[in-house]
Ligand binder design. Structure first.
Ligand code: ZN
Length: 219
């Protein structure tokens, strides 16, 4: 068995374990096992950061880990410093944004044999309602960073460059602004909006003091 560290001795990017758990409750809604695991993963990446000034993040899963990155680093989806590239792997990279030089941390499946609850969780071996959350979080705490692997990576900066949408126009169907490159009408009106119905009646009134022509993108 790997060396055990009590949760009281664990720090996560400069916070105590309990401080981090409080942050998770406030931000994520509940203490998901993936958020505890994710906190340890971000901390290990942080400890292995190469030299440099500006770090961006890549998260390889949509589940939990993006929130741990957003809580513990300045990288968020909204500011563009966190990119989620959903490869379905519980792994992340932090890298210097101008050189691509970075560190990747991941769950090493070879190291999971001592941790049955954790293995069942990561490989979805049992339905969520049969999951013993307390036992699982206990295992995550005991395993701590011993189940992770660390790699040096060089990120392909061209491949992750976000497309900048320069020209916006007004959609003739919905009247909302959209990127001109998407076609004659917006992607929503092309059938890609995820709504079964969409009505504006009966809801909170918007500001009607500004003429409608001014409200449409200032025209
Ligand atoms: Zn439209």
């Amino acid at each position: 068995m790997p060396m055990k560290i009590a949760p009281s001795e664990i720090t996560i990017c400069g916070r105590t374990y309990d401080e981090y758990i409080e942050m998770v409750k406030a931000f994520h809604g509940h203490v998901a096992p993936g958020m505890v695991l994710g906190g340890f993963l971000v901390d290990l990446a942080h400890q292995n950061l190469p030299k440099g000034e500006f770090f961006d993040a890549i998260c390889e899963t949509r589940a939990c880990l993006p929130d741990a990155i957003q809580l513990l680093t300045p990288c968020t989806v909204g500011n563009g410093w966190l990119r989620i590239i959903d490869l379905g792997r519980f792994a992340l990279s932090l890298f210097e944004k101008y050189t691509g030089d970075g560190v990747r941390v991941y769950v090493d499946s070879q190291k999971l044999n001592d941790w049955p609850e954790l293995k069942a969780f990561l490989f979805k071996l049992k339905p969520k309602k049969e999951q013993d959350s307390e036992a699982l979080i206990r295992e995550i705490n005991l395993a701590h960073t011993s189940i992770f692997g660390v790699q040096k990576v060089m990120v392909n900066l061209d491949a992750i460059k976000s497309s900048h949408r320069h020209t916006f126009t007004i959609c003739p169907l919905c009247g909302e602004g959209y990127p001109k490159d998407d076609g004659d009408i917006c992607l929503g009106c092309q059938g890609e909006a995820p709504y079964l119905s969409c009505a504006t009646t009966g809801l909170q009134k918007t500001d009607t003091t500004t003429p409608v022509t001014k409200r449409l993108w200032g025209r």
